[in-house]
Ligand binder design. Structure first.
Ligand code: BES
Ligand code: MN
Ligand code: ZN
Length: 494
């Protein structure tokens, strides 16, 4: 797909699909009026006959409205002249869904007359580029069809029309890079556990480093992890034939003296639960248990495209959680890299076991901030559903920045407490910590467990168990929270 900024008018535009915005009140927007002048379909009359309501997200497709246009997509942006960010996102998502169903050569957006509350033209163009790139993705890697499987949208040219050309261009570049990063995360997430193994993830890091000169990679083997004392991480891969991999990618976009921001991803390429075996229903979805890692790869891809002036370190703790004769058993006690001992009362609480050693490893970078991203707890899905990512942090400023990043992108997170009151639940009679905290507040006690390993830097934990993938007929990875993370990191450039 290919995006460009344009400043031509509707009558000069030769695209086979034009996108026009309307409001739900009677007065036609500037572009809608221009459209009515050349079209033989009257939007004014469509409003009068109530065919068109202009409600946010409503789509009306008009076929051959005038000679050069095969289709006009009329998009409702809601009642108010100043559109809320939420209504704008809803409208653009609906438009992208309508567009991807057909094959257009050129698609022209004429929505510069749609004003969004506190948004620049660049932000609008950015969101359009992100959503169209998102809409162009289909999972094809494991399908053996003879017909082309990729969406025709991948071959379309998208023109965003506005007088503010330079602003629009910047928006389109950033939005495309974010969309591509999201799709990288979705592809890794959707790949099955027999293909996307810890070694497969390590290979992705090496190939990213090979193609971008500002990125380097390093992969620690189980033997090297043993030498570092990562007994907690290694206890998770103990039952698996696939060796664990600690994958490190460094992006250098600023002076060496600038301390990095660190991302840490949970990369459980399949979570059977281990000896504390999970029930069989929907267990296939545990291939998505590496979506935290996938979002880290996606974000690094976006960063590689945009090359911002910042230093970033990405750490992926990759392992497969399997039962077996060498697997960790309930009651086993392991020593983490920090020296703290852990009684593993449930081998299905494995995410925190790989993350705690990766978080200790992060200390060596003296980071400005550390954010871990993990499909950590089913309890988070119960608490927040599939709309908000759970946000836990030891630093109020970081909390605010991540909340802001979520609100700015629509990839939202919501804060949860990690008070000492909850920490009592992790008491063990036999080790320094237990790896589970009982039935109550499961997502909080998981975060509390991690907080024992993150005391030396500003840290946030994003529990994406509810947001990383969709179940049901639309089963698939969402690529969240790549846009949240990118927004946060870009806000940290000088
Ligand atoms: N990967 C799961 C969490 C999960 C479950 C995410 C379902 C999305 C949907 C994690 O490793 C896990 O199994 N957590 C346990 C923890 C429990 C044993 C304390 C859980 O949430 O049940
Ligand atoms: Mn588990
Ligand atoms: Zn898991």
């Amino acid at each position: 797909m290919n995006f460009a900024a344009k400043s031509t008018n509707i009558e000069q535009c030769k695209s086979d699909c034009v996108v026009i915005g309307v409001h739900s009140h009677k007065k036609l927007s500037d572009r809608a009026q221009q459209f009515d002048q050349i079209s033989h379909v009257s939007l004014k009359e469509l409003f009068q006959s109530k065919t068109l309501s202009g409600k946010a997200g409503q789509i009306l497709e008009l076929h051959q409205p005038y000679k050069t246009a095969k289709t006009a997509i009329i998009v409702g942006f809601g009642d108010s002249d100043t559109i809320s960010a939420e209504d704008f996102r809803l409208a653009i998502k609906s438009a992208a869904t309508a567009i991807k169903k057909r094959a257009y050569k050129t698609i022209s957006f004429f929505i510069d007359d749609m004003t969004v509350d506190n948004w620049s033209e660049s932000q609008k163009a950015q969101y359009c580029a992100e959503q169209l790139t998102y809409a162009s993705y289909t999972f094809t890697q494991c399908k053996n069809h003879t017909a082309p499987l990729a969406s025709p949208l991948t071959r379309s040219k998208i023109l965003y029309h506005s007088a503010k050309n330079t602003q629009t261009k910047t928006g389109l570049t950033v939005g495309t890079a974010i969309g591509n990063g999201i799709n990288v995360a979705r592809e890794l997430g959707n790949l099955p556990g027999n293909i996307c193994t810890p070694s497969y993830l390590a290979k992705q890091a090496r190939s990213l480093a090979r193609s971008h000169k500002k990125i380097t990679s390093k992969v620690l083997s189980e033997k090297q992890m043993q030498e570092l004392g990562m007994g907690s991480l290694l206890s998770v891969s103990a039952g698996s034939a696939e060796p664990a991999q600690l994958i490190i990618m460094e992006y250098k976009g600023a002076a060496k003296s600038q301390k990095p921001h660190v991302l840490v991803g949970k990369g459980i390429t399949f979570d059977t639960g281990g000896i504390s075996l999970k029930p069989g229903a929907a267990m296939d979805e545990m291939k998505f248990d590496m979506c935290g890692a996938a979002s880290v790869f996606g974000t690094m891809n976006t960063i590689a495209q945009l090359e911002p002036a910042i230093n970033i370190v990405a750490i992926v703790a990759a392992a497969e959680n399997m039962p077996g004769s060498k697997a960790t058993k309930p009651g086993d006690i392991v020593t983490s890299m920090s020296g703290k001992t852990i009684e593993i009362l449930n081998t299905d609480a494995e995410g925190r076991l790989v993350l705690c050693d990766a978080l200790s490893y992060a200390e060596r970078y003296k980071p400005q901030s550390v954010i871990d991203i993990a499909t950590l707890t089913g309890a988070c899905v119960i608490a927040l559903g599939s709309h908000a990512t759970g946000l836990f942090s030891n630093n109020d400023e970081l909390t605010k920045e991540l909340l802001d990043a979520g609100n700015a992108t629509g990839d939202r997170a919501w804060p949860m407490p990690i008070w000492d009151d909850y920490k009592k639940q992790l008491k063990s009679n036999f080790a320094d910590l237990a790896n589970i905290g009982g039935r109550e507040a499961g997502s909080i006690t998981a975060a509390c467990f991690l907080s024992h390993f993150t005391q030396s830097y500003p840290w946030a934990h994003l529990d994406i168990a509810g947001t990383a993938w969709l179940s049901g007929t639309n089963k698939g990875a969402t690529g969240r929270p790549v846009s949240l993370l990118t927004h946060y990191l870009l806000s940290k450039t000088q």
